[in-house]
Design a binder for this molecule. Sequence first.
Ligand code: TMP
Length: 201
Amino acid sequence: MKGKFITFEGSEGCGKSTQSGMLFRYLLAKKLKVIYLREPGGVKISEKIRQLLLDPKNKISPQAETLLYMASRACVVEEIIKPALRQGKTVVCDRFLDSTIAYQGFGLGIDIKLIKLMGNFATQGISPDLTIFLDLPVKKGLKHRDKCKDRIEQRSIKYHEKVRKGYLKLAYALPERIKIVRVREDKFKTQDNIREIVDAF
Ligand code: TMP
């Protein structure tokens, strides 16, 4: 693949969407050919799957939840990410396969080896070149969420702690790819840290 693939990861309320959006605009200003996506989402069918996954009214088993995230990912990879990387574009994506490892693997107890296997199938082997993991204590993050929590946000603090610990484990295991950025009070300071990492990359 000619293009570079940058993903953002983090637990609830870490400011991931704000920070990834800021980085996208920074890269655009540098005249790079960049596209910006979020997961689950990015294409029509994946946005529909997102609605199903996040609707608190839906009862979804851990297995079905994992498969739905993978199905959404398979669509966006085939339609957007793969062609963009082939054309040499930079892809900035808010969440990717690491989210499934953290939320469904570490969080729900789905076998991580199996997630990686399914992930390889869904992504056609496409993996991020650089991942920014925005780290924030769980309670602080959940405070940023409004009262109408979605199906995943509604889960217990204990669940979200497992997700955060899972992310940290992943980051420590793959320090070349996954960079931990501590979330600061000032969003511009957090962004400065991210830009330093991306510029060096
Ligand atoms: P967002 O709130 O960051 O847009 O992500 C949507 C929610 O979906 C968030 O609670 C994290 C969750 N999620 C998973 O549980 N597994 C996944 O594979 C992905 C991509 C997201």
